[in-house]
Design a protein. Structure first.
Length: 603
């Protein structure tokens, strides 16, 4: 729990009057005059009240750390650009704002529309934690950050450990101010904790962006998304209904077919956003078949074996119970302690749960038994990931995406590319969009047998909600059914439905079952403090009203328009305070087992 609590006093110190915790602050009247001048010079569109309030508070609060809680579709990137321009004018070009983001797509958005120097969180940490020496031949040396302002976009996707490391760099580099922009309702990091949300609720300097501008052309959807932003799943449902197509069958194949048929009706420029990798494979395969029939994609169909990540967190990688025979382990970083080289592929051929060991088979090392504890010990990031092997087909015209980052080759995870030619076992590719690495060539040739990266790509005709977060599209189709387990949660539904600007459809199997599941599972990363607070609250309530032994849930909205006789009837009692306390204690023990260093920020 130390890692959950250690960041709280530090970021709250941003609101204190202690000199080390202060950053440059500007007069509110001067800020207003500067905003007026920027708009008058036609350097940006006029901000709405929320956007102007954000710029004013961040520039005037003098806080070392400021938090911007921006709901989906509220024009955060536009606000960031206005903030950057205002800072430049008010400081007479003496203070520069730079940005980092957890994904390459978000980084590209900040650079192109936010108008500032931007890089990924991973690259920022690699460059600045290594010190003055450049860590690789294709990497730029760390830039001088002294006196600058650092904007961290999509900060809800940062883990406790990542925030600690960013803060350490900020301290050592002499950064004047750190701004965390996030939305607690959107998808968070796989790793433990939700640091930005935690410090916000504990009193750090925070300003809110709530007025949705992205869906202004779809007023019903806009109202629904704003309710989703407040965590009101059932209240959002009536507004969402006009955009929902219900298949009445839980079969993934049937759901995918309806989604692809709607994609054909709406046009090929419509983005298909799915909840799971399984659905991504189904939908992408169907779209590719339609494009081949139309002659847009060729029929060469060259077979290639690829590895698809299971997306496990570092904590999950350290649990022996999560492994199964036949799984593939890929080491993207060398493990000198265990004598395992970079880019090596291993199959799990044996599991010893008693002694916490895996038996691995590889071409490079043969069969060997290794300690799982030794494999996952130390380091800020996992050295390996768990993958499943899949055979795909490649043809000229195929739209693909990388599932790996290789800085030496200028390849970044999620960056998209198109296949322009195929010659035997070599493919010529062209980058799509501007989400690639700084040193990424627009065109290149990949050898399917000799290039390691050739085994880490997939068709990009559909994308997951995680990949879509932080992006906006003219048209989008969300594909999420109630049969998708923990992936069918409020956060994922909120992200998927808030991407489009002009047209939207949500395909599901059972709308009522889906929204029940979303209401029951918010998808927000819990922390030990959250569960302890809830347990204490319930315990206090039980002491005040000992006779109250049942809970009443908020009635679900009538999605049929007809009166429901059972509406508002009490349901079964929820877990008792004792149950919740025991659950909180168990989760607290689990969180204490996560061996991450404590966040200690020197302000």
């Amino acid at each position: 729990m130390a890692i959950s609590t250690a960041s709280i006093p530090t970021l709250r110190a941003a609101s204190s009057s202690v000199p080390p915790a202060r950053s440059a602050a500007f007069d509110r009247a001067e800020i207003d005059a500067t905003l007026y001048a920027i708009v008058s010079d036609r350097q940006t569109i006029a901000p709405n009240a929320d956007q102007a309030k954000v710029v004013n508070q961040v520039l005037s609060d003098g806080a070392r750390y400021s938090l911007i809680h921006g709901s989906a579709g509220t024009g955060k990137t536009t606000t960031f650009d206005l903030l950057r321009q205002s800072l430049t004018r008010l400081s007479d070009n003496c203070i520069e704002m730079v940005a980092i983001a957890p994904t390459h797509m978000a980084k590209a958005e900040m650079a192109s529309r936010g108008g500032m120097s931007a890089e990924t969180v991973q690259m920022f940490l690699i460059r600045h934690e290594a010190g003055p020496a450049t860590p690789g031949p294709n990497l730029k040396p760390p830039q001088d950050l002294k006196g600058k302002w650092l904007l961290v976009d999509e900060a809800s996707m940062l883990s406790n450990d990542e925030l600690r490391r960013v803060a350490d760099v900020a301290d050592k580099a002499g950064i004047d101010k750190v701004i965390l922009s996030f939305d607690e309702r959107q998808l968070a990091a796989l790793e433990a904790g939700a640091p930005a949300r935690l410090v916000m609720h504990k009193g750090a300097s925070t300003v809110y962006l709530k007025d949705n501008v992205r869906q202004k052309g779809m007023p019903d959807l806009r109202d629904g998304i704003m309710k989703m932003a407040d965590g009101k799943t059932f209240d959002a449902l009536p507004k969402m209904l006009p955009y929902i197509i219900e298949t009445k069958t839980a079969a993934d194949q049937a759901i995918a077919e309806v989604a692809v048929k709607k994609w054909q009706d709406m046009g090929a420029d419509t983005r298909l956003i799915v909840a799971t990798n399984k659905m991504r494979g189904l939908v992408s395969g169907m779209v590719r078949s339609r494009l081949q029939e139309a002659g847009v994609v060729g029929t060469e169909n060259v077979s290639q074996s690829v590895y698809i990540s299971e997306g496990r967190s570092k904590t999950e990688l350290g649990m022996i119970t999560t492994y199964a025979l036949g799984q593939t382990l890929v080491f993207h970083r060398a493990d000198p302690r265990n004598g395992i080289g970079k880019d090596t592929v291993h199959e799990v051929v044996g599991i010893d749960r008693r002694y916490n060991r895996l038996e691995l088979q590889s071409d490079a090392y043969g069969t060997r038994s290794v300690s799982l504890k030794a494999l996952t010990a130390g380091g800020d990031e996992p050295r390996f990931g768990v993958y499943r092997k899949l055979d795909i087909e490649l043809s000229v015209g195929d739209r693909m995406a990388w599932n790996i980052t290789d800085q030496k080759k200028g390849i970044t995870n999620n960056a998209e590319f198109a296949i322009s030619a195929i010659h035997g076992r070599q493919i010529a590719i062209e980058q799509v969009g501007d989400a690639g690495a700084e040193n990424s060539p627009l065109k290149r040739v990949i050898d399917l047998d000799r290039d390691h990266v050739a085994h880490f790509m997939s068709h990009a005709y559909a994308i997951t909600a995680n990949r879509a977060q932080g992006q906006s599209y003219d048209k989008a189709i969300a594909v999420m059914g109630s049969n998708m387990g923990e992936f069918a949660n409020h956060a994922r539904g909120y992200v998927m439905s808030s991407r489009p600007k002009e047209d939207f459809v949500w395909v599901t199997n059972d709308v009522k079952a889906l929204f029940r599941q979303m209401a029951a599972n918010d998808g927000i990363n819990p922390s030990a403090l959250d569960n302890i607070d809830k347990a204490f609250d319930r315990s206090l309530a039980e002491k005040k009203e000992p006779q109250k032994d049942k809970e009443f849930r908020t009635p679900e909205p009538d999605v049929t328009g007809a009166d429901r006789k059972d509406q508002g009837k009490p349901v079964e009692a929820g877990p008792s305070a004792k149950d919740n306390a025991e659950k909180a204690e168990a989760e607290l023990k689990l969180e204490k087992q996560i061996t991450q260093p404590e966040i200690t920020l020197n302000l």
